[in-house]
Design a protein around this ligand. Structure first.
Ligand code: ADP
Length: 277
């Protein structure tokens, strides 16, 4: 269980997070969606006790993220954005060193379990240098799973990966949630938020402007879109309540209209007037 209340963080003149409140339930996959600079990393850093908020509270499994950081660190696993594995060592050695540093009990069997959970058992003896980008991401997830955390935080887990590889990663995240872990991730990929997350919080300029299931967020603005290209080449989008209304509108407008379902990018544009990607 994660609870954030009125979290705020300012860096000199930039207000990175501006009064954000939400809660995430046990076993949920929660996604924070927003463009670069929205404040996602700052928020995840405050929740994982890496950055101190200027104001507000964050509680992880009932513990305060500032006063009880030590206790929280044993409950959570963190998958950072950067690839900070030791490239000269094997996958297994990376996990072993991390596990020793974190005093993981029954380390050898935990390493096997974590490698199984990310489908990398057969690469345990491979040097990190020889692993693909997707495998390295999976190894970082295995490292975060070593302590058997009840909450897994992932900062932009599939950034820079091919769509195919991204889907494999989503399967691993789903598996983690099915095995009872709460998952909190940040992303600027629409599809990742839409297909992977049970609920999505939309972050813009440090503010949480909407939070709900992907379906409910799309219903909020209208589940169908009529895209129209004007004579001078501009794209105009009409968000519509139902399919019949969308088809009727497309018929009454000029040629060149297409009807499609709304996605979370449309929701973001409707609520902020800006694009995510
Ligand atoms: P996101 O993860 O959504 O890209 P960030 O949390 O990294 O957003 O950044 C939010 C804002 O805070 C940005 O304007 C960024 O430049 C600023 N920011 C983040 N970290 C720092 C820092 N350590 N010092 C100064 N400004 C920062």
């Amino acid at each position: 269980m994660i609870e954030a209340r009125e979290l705020r963080k300012t860096y000199e003149t930039v207000t990175a997070v501006d009064g954000v409140s939400f809660s995430v339930g046990t076993g949920e996959i929660f996604g924070l969606l927003g463009p670069n600079g929205a404040g996602k990393s700052t928020l995840i850093r405050m929740m994982t006790c890496l950055t101190r908020p200027d104001a507000g509270k964050c509680r992880i499994s009932g513990r305060d993220a500032v006063a009880e950081a030590g206790a929280i660190k044993s409950l959570i696993g963190i998958v950072p954005q950067e690839n900070n594995l030791d490239r000269e060592l094997t996958a297994w050695e990376n996990l072993f060193i991390y596990g020793r540093l974190h005093r993981v009990a029954n380390l050898r069997s935990r390493i096997d379990g974590a490698l199984d959970e990310v489908d990398l058992r057969d690469r345990s003896g491979s040097l990190v240098n020889g692993l693909s980008g997707g495998m390295k991401r999976r190894l970082i997830i295995a490292r975060a799973l070593l302590t058997d955390p009840s909450i897994l935080f992932l900062d932009e887990p599939s950034i820079g990966l091919d769509p195919q590889i991204r889907r494999q990663l989503w399967d691993i995240v789903r598996r983690a949630a099915r095995s009872g872990r709460t998952v909190f991730l940040t992303t600027h990929y629409i599809e990742e938020a839409e297909t992977l997350c049970d609920r999505v919080g939309i972050l813009s300029k440090g503010r949480l402007i909407a939070l709900d299931t992907p379906t409910a967020l799309k219903e909020l603005v209208g589940p169908y879109v009529v895209d129209r290209i004007t004579d001078d080449g501009r794209l105009i989008q009409h968000l519509v309540r139902n399919r019949d209304e969308a088809v009727e509108l497309a018929r009454t407008l000029e040629n060149g209209c297409t009807v499609r379902r709304t996605n979370l990018e449309d929701v973001f544009i409707k609520l902020t007037g800006e694009r995510i990607e």
